[in-house]
Each structure stands twice: as C-alpha cells, then as structure tokens.
Design a binder for this molecule. Structure first.
Ligand SMILES: [Fe+2]
Ligand SMILES: [Fe+2]
Length: 275
C-alpha cells in the first residue's frame, strides 16, 4: 500500500497548492491513502467545514489536527459528524470529536489513523505515549488494522523520536507535525516503522512558519503585538512523507520525503518516480 502524509496546511497558499496538486499526485503515483494535517488551514488558525470538504474532495482520506484544532469554534460541532476529521486523542475526556479513526484505503485495507499531541513546550495534556499505546492495543496491526499511521503533533524532536522508537514495529509509520519545518531524518526504524520527525508544512515558506514575517519579527524585537498574525500570501510548497507499506506485515518497505514547490529543494522519492 502506498501512503502519503502532508504536513500542516497553512492558509490559502497551503490549501491552493494541495487542492491543485493532490488529485494529480494520487493518480500519478497510485496512492492508496492520503492523510493531511489541517490545523492551520483556515487563515492559519483551525479549520472550517468548507475547507475540510475541499480537502476531502481533493483526495484526503483523513485530516488530522493539533493545538489549533478548535481555533474555529464551529469545529467543536462539525467534528462530531465527520469520520475523516480527528483531533489529538490525549485532549481531556469530554472534548468533542475523536483521536483515532479506522478508514478504508483504495486498496480495501483498513487504515487506523491516530493523532496525538506532545507535552514538551506545549499545553499539558494526558500522556501521549499511554494514550497511543491504549489505542493501538485495542486495534493492533494485523488484528484490526492493516496499517496504522500516527500523526504526533509535537514541538520537541526528543519527544517525537521517543514515541517513534516506543511504537517501532507496532505501527506502520510515525510522522511529526507542528513545527512547520521538514526534518531530514525520514527513514525506517529497525523494527519496520517509517519515521520522520516533522513532515514540514504545506504553505508559503517565505514566511515565519507560514505567517507573514512582519508581525513575528516585530514581536521578537519589541514583545508588543502590533497586529494579528496573517498567513503569507505567496505561492505554496507541499511538504510531506511518502511511505510504501508491505500489505502482509503492515510495516514500511520504503520511506522518504516528498517536497514540491518553489521554496524547498524538490524531492520525489525514487521508489515512487522510478528515477
Ligand atoms: Fe501547525
Ligand atoms: Fe501546531
């Protein structure tokens, strides 16, 4: 099975580049399942139902969230009626929506997608390690799910690496989100789990994390807010994680970055392009 994960979509540049390019990528590379982090899709803060539907129409099988899950308050309501939208599972009990979902891939395989949030330099939530462990124990690889994808929304690479190794051999892939900056460590861990500390963002990289740089620079210089954070408006670049999974084991056989757009050095994994 061939799987693509795309990092946080930031504002209109991110939405536009993903909605324009994704249908072609699915066709060209025969993708079976696509997951996108959408926590910054609506003007950098949260997601609307219309944007969610646009991403699903473009080919997203599942949309994950993070610390910005509920910046658009409507999400507290519409998340309840969408199977394909999940938020971090270690939010307090009673939080609307769910943190994991089992979906069918185009190949017919059952894919469990789990979204969790880290606690280092972030809001204190329940322990993400125990929360994910509980979830995948209830729906284990080859005993409920043919593939398991973990989006770990976290700041610290130490916490991300620890979760990757904690889950190695028990899930198909662990990919980090939240920093909006792709890391160069995409690989397959020793027991077969594909791992990348951060998928990067889909957005305008001529920015600070997708935002127009003026206000972030102002706040670092003066500590006095002068305006709102607004997404940068230049063309977007796609950044994500491409993984092939062995249908028999549910573990990864190929893993590498996918980057397309004007800002970053382009990367299409050779195992997809045949190059
Ligand atoms: Fe984000
Ligand atoms: Fe985030």
């Amino acid at each position: 099975m061939r799987l693509l994960f795309l990092g946080d979509i930031v504002g209109r540049p991110g939405r536009t580049v993903v909605c324009d390019a994704l249908p072609g990528l699915i066709k060209r590379y025969g993708l079976d399942f696509v997951v996108i982090n959408g926590e910054n899709a609506a003007g950098g803060f949260g997601i609307t139902e219309a944007i969610l539907n646009d991403l699903i129409d473009a080919g997203a099988d599942c949309v994950t969230l993070g610390n910005h899950s509920f910046d658009q308050k409507d999400a507290l309501v519409f998340i309840e009626r969408h199977d394909r939208l999940i938020r971090p599972l270690n939010y307090p009990k009673g939080t609307p929506g769910k943190g994991a979902t089992l979906l069918k891939a185009k190949s017919g395989a059952d894919v469990l997608v789990v979204n969790a949030m880290g606690r280092v330099f972030m809001t204190e939530l329940d322990c993400p390690f125990r929360a994910v462990d509980n979830e995948i124990s209830a729906c284990a690889l080859k005993h409920g799910a043919d593939a398991i994808l973990i989006d770990f929304h976290a700041e610290a690479t130490s916490e991300k690496q620890a979760l990757g190794l904690f889950l190695d051999g028990r899930v198909s892939l662990v990919v980090g989100t939240h920093t909006h900056t792709p890391t160069a460590d995409a690989r397959i861990l020793s027991s077969g789990t594909a791992y990348m500390s951060d998928a990067g963002m889909c957005g305008d990289y001529n920015s600070v994390l997708g935002m127009d740089p003026d206000e972030p620079i102002n706040r670092f210089l003066t500590r006095i807010p002068r305006g709102r954070y607004e997404p940068a408006v230049g063309p977007g670049t796609i950044s994500g994680f491409a993984v092939d999974i062995d249908d028999k084991t549910g573990l990864a056989v190929n893993a590498g970055p996918l980057r397309l757009g004007p800002h970053l050095e382009p990367a299409v994994p050779a195992f997809w392009s045949g190059a």
